[in-house]
Each structure stands twice: as structure tokens, then as C-alpha cells.
Design a protein around this ligand. Structure first.
Ligand code: FAD
Length: 464
């Protein structure tokens, strides 16, 4: 659980907790937790620079959304999530510390630099001081801004998503639409074609603009994939619980309603650079402008990966940037900072949060689930998870710890949605992770979707 215990703050680091001493100035802080950040931090860790990575809401970054990475040297094929987990493990083994926090503000006009962060599930901000920074905050996917997409009446997380690898399995045997015509759209559609009954692709132009020809050919050969060119998505409709249809408009045929269970958006992205607009030079699209190597317009601040790259946006180029920035930062520190700073000694190995495997009951059938709910005379918290879902992995240790603390007060169950498909359908689970809280009479009293809301719910339960 992300909590303040000591004078300044105790930060939760994946499964670990450590205390950040007051007014410590870090030699280098990495902002972001994707491929670029992981590579930078590995180099910095190996150089004994004691790096801290503020990994934001999406540890591992965008690559975790790829079920099949086939262009990472040395791996014929690897899941993005597995690759980033291996990189994170390697970084940790080299002394890198990860914070489950997001950056809310920076001040690069002062030395040392000031970085304001707060826990990914909210709470009050606190400051981190750094002599150098490496920015690796990637890009954010675009939205269509059409009725039914997001907002209170939208179906975001309940049938509208931008991540086939995260949510695709929930559409087994169903009809889905992919919106977009680039590489991401082709990849998402290919993945979904192995799961869904039908995949329709809405392409705004009269052709696909994907560059990976082999993938395009594979897609065109799929019997359950239909491509509608010159077609826009106008509206997403549903029954209040799920998506049921979409309204599309084609150049020739006018608008029409098509029954649909899921909408996958694959329509590009924006650099996550708004925080830096007052501090660094950005280009017209918001990408951070580089001066020399990975150096930004401020000395000692480096930027890497997709946030500086409007063109290539590849894992390997992000990693390459990461390595270069780490070496530049290392040089900067040894040229200008050494002597001013006494490098912090590495802290004692972080302490594991106590876990109590076995207290969260794994549900294997509908009957077992009904029995557990019916027989409970306390609240029951049910965690719907999947093995391929990154945030679910972050919920799991906290759930174990809460189960131990709340023994006798709350019963904890977990449901693997791929193994208990009927159960997740019954409860309309459309996004991962989802937690349901049942009262003593077996009625649902709360539903939380996503890492932050679930962690907050667990915290509330512990404080009751
Ligand atoms: C579906 C899909 C499939 C892909 N497949 C491939 C492939 O097969 N091969 C390939 O080479 N590339 C692939 N890519 C592209 C690749 O994923 C990206 O190029 C790469 O992830 C960029 O890495 P990055 O570290 O720059 O940014 P990202 O991976 O986007 O990471 C950004 C990081 O910044 C963090 N962050 C954001 N805001 C904040 C904040 N305020 N505070 C703290 N942290 C923050 C996020 O939590 C995240 O950890 C794919 C992309 C997608 C979407």
C-alpha cells in the first residue's frame, strides 16, 4: 500500500517499500517507466549512479500492449510484457529503484532540479530533487471524441479500449471493430482475429498506411477480417452496461448502424510533454526538441524514446536513446557535479511487503464462487484478473497483504477471467483489473476498475 510512514515519505517500489530521506538530491532521476527509461536506468545503475525511476501509471510502457514483439534483437518472438518485466528485473538487480508515482510538475529553472510527484492513485504531492533528469514519458493514445466513447455516458473500459492485448480475450467469439489504418491498427486487428468472431476495420482513407507489409498480408488473408475503407466511426451505442452497436459513415454509403460488442481505437498518439512546455523547447507537435545527442534545451536534462520521436517510435530506438542519455548524464555528472555531491550510499536491500499467499482464494468454478459468496458472513472482495494484464500484477501483492490484515473482516477471492469466462460474463467484466465488493447478503455494493481505484478501495477497507 502506498502510504507515508516516515518523516518525508515511504514509497512503494513494485513489491518493495523504501524510505526517501529528507532533502536527498539524487544524481539522476528518470521520468517514465517504459523501454527507454528501463534502458537508461540499467546503464545508470551499472555506473553506480543510484538512479530512481518514476514509472507513472503504466510500468513497462506501451510495449506491454504488444502480444508479439518480433523485432527485438536476440528474441525471435517475445511478449512485450515479458520483455519489459525482464528488463525491469535486470535494472533492479543493478540497483535501480522504481517509484509507483507520477510526475505532476517540474522546475528545471533551479539547480538542483525539482520534480513534484504523487502516488499513481492520488494523494498529496511531494518533491524530489535531482542533479540531472532523463525524460522518458512516451506518448498518449488519441481519442475520437465521439458520443459513447468516454465520459459519464461513454463505454470506455466497458467495451471501448485501445489495447487488444489487455482486453482482447474478453471478446472471444464476439464482433469487434478496430478504428485506424496504421501499424497499430493492423497489429490490434491481427491479434483480435485469433479471438473474436469477426473483426471489422474502419479506415478513414482509401488504403492502409501500415508499413509492416508482412503483417498487412497476414491480415488480408484472415477470413474473419473485413476492411471498410473511407469509413469513419460516428457514435458508439450500448445498453448502459455494454457496447451493442456502432454508427459508421462511409463516403459512398452514408451512415449505418452495425451490431458490435467491442471498439478498439488505434488512431495514433500525442507526446506526454505538456508538463515541460514552460521549461523545454518543444516542436509544433509537442515532441521535445534535442540539441546534442539526447540533450534538451536545458543542460543536464535529457529526453529519450517516443517523446522525442515523431517518426520511428520503436522499442529498439527508444532503448538506444535510453543508453545514449545515460552515458551523457554520466559524463555531465562526472564533469560538473562530482565533488559537489557525495554520492548516496546504496540503501539496504528493500524490504518485501509481507504477503500471505493462500488467504486470497482462487476461484475455479461458478459453483465454488456461489458457495463462497453465500457462506460468507463478512464483506467479500473479488478481484477479476488476467495473467497477461500488467496492472493486475501490481494489484496482486497488495491484495495478499490486505487479505492478511483484514482476516475475519473481509473475504478475498480472485478470478482468472480466462479460466472462469462465464463468471466474468455474468458480472460484465470488460476491463482489467476489476474488483467487485459484495455485502454480507451477496449484493454488489461497489465496483472498481483499474489499479488506482482498486488500491484506494483496499486502503479504505483497511481504514474502516
Ligand atoms: C500495440 C503496440 C505494439 C507495439 N509493438 C512494437 C513492436 O513489436 N516493436 C517495436 O519496436 N515497437 C512496438 N511498439 C512501439 C513501442 O511500444 C514504443 O516505441 C515504446 O514503448 C516507446 O518506449 P518509451 O519508453 O519511449 O515510451 P512508453 O513505452 O510509452 O513509456 C512511457 C512511460 O512513461 C510513463 N509516464 C507517462 N506519464 C508519466 C508521468 N506523468 N509521470 C511518470 N511517468 C509517466 C508511463 O507510465 C510509461 O511507463 C508498439 C506499440 C504499441 C502501442
Amino acid at each position: 500500500m502506498y502510504r507515508c510512514y516516515f518523516a518525508l515519505c515511504v514509497m512503494c517500489v513494485g513489491n518493495f517499500v523504501y524510505a526517501a530521506p529528507k532533502e536527498e538530491v539524487y544524481p539522476v532521476v528518470v521520468l517514465g517507466g517504459g523501454i527507454a527509461a528501463l534502458t537508461s536506468s540499467l546503464y545508470l545503475g551499472r555506473a553506480d549512479l543510484n538512479p530512481v525511476v518514476i514509472e507513472g501509471k503504466n510500468p513497462g510502457g506501451l510495449l506491454t500492449q504488444s502480444h508479439s514483439v518480433q523485432n527485438w534483437p536476440g528474441e525471435m518472438e517475445i511478449e512485450g510484457l515479458l520483455l519489459t518485466e525482464k528488463m525491469r528485473e535486470q535494472a533492479e538487480a543493478n540497483g535501480v529503484r522504481f517509484l509507483g508515482e507520477e510526475v505532476t510538475k517540474v522546475d528545471f529553472s533551479k539547480r538542483p532540479f525539482v520534480i513534484e510527484t504523487r502516488s499513481v492513485e492520488g494523494g498529496s504531492p511531494h518533491k524530489i530533487l535531482a542533479h540531472t533528469c532523463i525524460i522518458a514519458m512516451g506518448t498518449e493514445p488519441n481519442f475520437l471524441h465521439i458520443p459513447g466513447e468516454t465520459g459519464p455516458n461513454g463505454y470506455w473500459g466497458r467495451g471501448v479500449t485501445n489495447c487488444a492485448i489487455c482486453d482482447g480475450n474478453l471478446y472471444r467469439g464476439k464482433s469487434v471493430v478496430v478504428v485506424g489504418g496504421g501499424d497499430a491498427a493492423v497489429l490490434e486487428a491481427l491479434y483480435l482475429s485469433n479471438i473474436a468472431k469477426e473483426v471489422t476495420i474502419f479506415v478513414r482513407k482509401d488504403k492502409l498506411k501500415a508499413t509492416e507489409q508482412k503483417r498487412v498480408e497476414a491480415l488480408l488473408a484472415k477470413p474473419n477480417v473485413k476492411i471498410l475503407y473511407n469509413t469513419r466511426l460516428l457514435e458508439i451505442r450500448g445498453n448502459g452496461r455494454n457496447v451493442t452497436s456502432v454508427i459508421s459513415k462511409s463516403e459512398k454509403g452514408g451512415s449505418k448502424e452495425m451490431p458490435m460488442d467491442g471498439v478498439f481505437l488505434a488512431i495514433g498518439s500525442q507526446p506526454n510533454s505538456a508538463l515541460f512546455s514552460e521549461m523545454l523547447e518543444l516542436d509544433a507537435q509537442g515532441y521535445i526538441v534535442l540539441r546534442k545527442g539526447q540533450q534538451t534545451s536545458v543542460d543536464g536534462v535529457y529526453a529519450v524514446g517516443d517523446i522525442v520521436d515523431p517518426v520511428y517510435k520503436q522499442a529498439i530506438s527508444a532503448a538506444g536513446d535510453g543508453a545514449k542519455a545515460a552515458l551523457q548524464a554520466q559524463q555531465y555528472i562526472s564533469d560538473r557535479i562530482d565533488g559537489l555531491v557525495s554520492m548516496q550510499k546504496k540503501e539496504a536491500p528493500p524490504k518485501k511487503i509481507a504477503s500471505s499467499i493462500g488467504e486470497v482464494i482462487e476461484i475455479r468454478s461458478m459453483e465454488q464462487f456461489k458457495k463462497e459468496i453465500a457462506e460468507s458472513d463478512v464483506l467479500v472482495l473479488v478481484d477479476f484478473y488476467a495473467t497477461w494484464c500488467g496492472p493486475c500484477k501490481r494489484v496482486a501483492p497488495v491484495l495478499d497483504s490486505s487479505a492478511q490484515k483484514l482476516q475475519g473482516k473481509v473475504k478475498f477471492l480472485k478470478v482468472n477471467v480466462d479460466k472462469c469466462h462465464g463468471l466474468s460474463e455474468n458480472y460484465n467484466i470488460r476491463s482489467m483489473p476489476t474488483a467487485l465488493l459484495f455485502d454480507k447478503d451477496g449484493e454488489i455494493m461497489d465496483r472498481k476498475i483499474g489499479l488506482g481505484p482498486i488500491l484506494r478501495l483496499l486502503e479504505d477497507l483497511e481504514e474502516r
